[in-house]
Ligand binder design. Structure first.
Ligand SMILES: [Zn+2]
Length: 333
């Protein structure tokens, strides 16, 4: 079938384009992450970045919305999308058109995974495939070639993709390790107690690493410059910015050493729990009032004071921050 052949060509083209892009940016990514987290973590960062397994996909949702919006894509990309749409419309199983809507959905999904750097039977949970329909990039695990190990894997939507998406997912991969799994769930401890909080901090950190990437003049190859995606987290940075600013160094150390207790101890366990659940609440309800915002920040200051009571508190970091704000600090020993 002519259409089939053409789709295969397109799939190959996108696979190559993204593989090339990732190869080009890899050393710069490692450098940007290292200048953010610290030289002492270079090897750890390089290992995660260099061993990542990628899957590229085209989302069903993207195709659907493409019919109404053109996402500012080039004329060439638009033609390609039209071909994919035609292909999906014509798709058939065993020569018969698929009548059963569910079978169709499943078939679409398989077809939408354009390229994997691992065999698909190494996927542990296919649950998240439904997220793929929504253009959601995903960080997950796949069974390693040595069956007793797991490999870190990232799913990337081909069209709704930019540098920050990759950095966001890589930062999840650096921050989160699977410690076990049940029949239907991976067990992955996280630093910030709930998903919304974890995502906000992860995205905020990704933004800082993008800035490091720009500072070292990292390239943005073809395939990563279609457009900049504004994600839902960006407009809620204000909820966590002050906490991040106060605890930045502790957060970095916690992530790199997978010692999540350290932050809880510094901030005070109870207050930290409450902070995380307040951020979650405000995020889910779409923001907070000025009064609630001030309350949240007073809370952070209280946690900061608590941090002073911890032995080995990193005063030097605090001093440097004060100095960067223009204060003159005299160090006493
Ligand atoms: Zn995320």
């Amino acid at each position: 079938m002519k259409l089939d052949k053409r789709i295969k060509t397109y799939n190959k083209k996108y696979q190559k384009e993204l593989e090339d892009a990732l190869r080009i940016i890899e050393p710069y990514l490692i450098q940007a992450f290292t200048s953010f987290y610290g030289e002492e973590y270079y090897r750890q960062i390089a290992y995660v970045v260099q061993n990542m397994k990628y899957t590229y996909f085209l989302s069903k949702n993207f195709f659907k919305s493409f019919q109404n919006l053109n996402y500012g894509l080039s004329a060439k990309d638009q033609r390609v999308i039209q071909t994919y749409l035609k292909y999906l419309a014509n798709i058939s199983l065993n020569g018969n058109r698929i009548k059963d809507e569910n079978a169709l959905e499943e078939y679409f999904l398989k077809k939408l995974i354009v390229f994997s750097s691992f065999e698909q039977d190494r996927l542990v949970y296919a649950d998240f495939l439904s997220l793929i329909e929504q253009d959601v990039p995903i960080y997950t695990y796949v069974v390693s070639e040595n069956e007793f190990l797991m490999d870190k894997a990232i799913f990337l939507p081909i069209f709704v993709l930019d540098l920050k998406v990759i950095i966001h997912e890589l930062n999840h991969a650096l921050a989160i390790d699977v410690v076990g799994f049940t029949d239907d769930e991976l067990i992955t401890p996280t630093l910030f107690l709930n998903e919304e909080c974890e995502e906000l901090f992860n995205d905020y950190i990704a933004e800082q690493i993008v800035l490091e990437y720009m500072k070292i003049k990292g390239p943005i190859p073809k395939g990563l410059n279609r457009f900049h995606i504004v994600n839902a987290y960006e407009s809620f940075y204000y909820l966590i910015e002050i906490f991040y600013y106060v605890f930045e160094q502790v957060i970095k150390r916690c992530i790199m050493n997978k010692n999540f207790n350290m932050l809880r101890e510094y901030a005070g366990k109870e207050d930290f729990c409450l902070f995380c659940s307040l951020v979650q609440k405000y995020y889910l309800q779409g923001g907070c009032s000025e009064e609630q915002f001030n309350e949240l920040n007073n809370f952070v200051l209280k946690m900061n004071e608590h941090a002073f009571t911890i032995e080995n508190y990193d005063y030097e970091n605090l001093f440097q921050k004060l100095e960067s704000m223009g204060y003159r600090v005299r160090r006493l020993k």
